[in-house]
Design a binder for this molecule. Sequence first.
Ligand SMILES: [Zn+2]
Length: 237
Amino acid sequence: MTDGMSDDPRALVATGSQVLAAAGQGDMVWGHLAVRDPGGRGVWMKSAGWGLEEITPDRVLLVSWTGELLEGEGRVHLEHHIHTEIMRARPDVHVSLHTHSLTVNAFSALGEPLRALGHDAVVFAEHGLPRFTATDNLVRTPQLGRALAADLGDARACLMPGHGLAAVGRDIAHAVMYAILLERACRTQLTARAAGELRHWTGHQECLEKDAVAWPDSQIDAGWRYWRRRAALLQAL
Ligand SMILES: [Zn+2]
């Protein structure tokens, strides 16, 4: 990190979780974010039983590649397979997250492609926005985790119809921003669809060009810093 934020995976998980909550993606005590262990032992993720906004570094656990609790005190989320299997399949991914966004679920139920109606959706133009098809149920086995990783492919996020979303990034800024941008893009399309038919959206080629201009690393980082400030304000209330 270049802005004084700790590289400690516990701190990254806590801050990322609080930002997701501040962005409205909490679902009581469900949903989670994981950071790849720099030592290769597994993933750091929040303990079960806490809301995203309640996560502090002492509520973060080191979970092995096969789901054992290696460090920290608390219960491992049943759906840790989402993170262990995605990170096993994607060496480029250092942060993965899963939320039960109501907005994304409402959008997924339409069964239609995401259209770029603003800046948000263009980040998904290059690699697409796949749908997880194996189950609407919890990702409770390694096999389902691998199926999710396969459906995700090399994309930045994946719809999980009837359940939520998964988003990934090479660092916490990218993973969290992709989740926030996806929720906003889905909300925009739902709003337009509620009012009538879609008659205008940005075409694929212009999306690619716009992604390069609107979402270079510097802008992803600027958005991430904004959300960290906003989450800190909420935590101080
Ligand atoms: Zn879930």
